[in-house]
Design a protein around this ligand. Structure first.
Ligand code: FES
Length: 111
């Protein structure tokens, strides 16, 4: 089964984590199943961008990105070329390394 290495995040996962992620699971569900409480404000339907992650390794093995996801990602805080909405990106057959960005648009808009 593929593994996801989660890089340390000060609040959600201070020591980082290595978790199992069955093929076909979304990165978001894999994180939540392992008690890493990534935000998912729209209920994982690809309509918010708070579940944004940066996929440092294994990006090409993920399910393809839809146009809707691309549009939503444009609004994510700290967008990179390796960004995905974790609720839309399904694990393929390779191990992944994932970084959860420090902020989401929810926090930024509260300033
Ligand atoms: Fe809203 Fe993923 S939870 S886009």
């Amino acid at each position: 089964m593929p593994k996801i290495t989660v890089l340390p995040h000060a609040v959600l996962c201070p020591d980082g984590a290595d978790i199992d992620a069955p093929e076909g699971t979304s990165i978001c569900d894999a994180l939540l199943d392992n008690h890493i409480e990534i935000e998912h404000a729209c209920g994982k339907c690809g309509a918010c961008s708070t579940c944004h992650v940066i996929v440092k390794k294994g990006y090409d093995s993920l399910s393809e990105m839809s146009e809707k996801e691309e549009d939503m990602l444009d609004r994510a805080w700290g967008l990179t070329a390796e960004s995905r909405l974790s609720c839309q990106a399904k694990v393929g057959d390779e191990d992944l390394t994932v970084e959860i960005p420090k902020y989401t648009i929810n926090l930024v808009s509260e300033r």
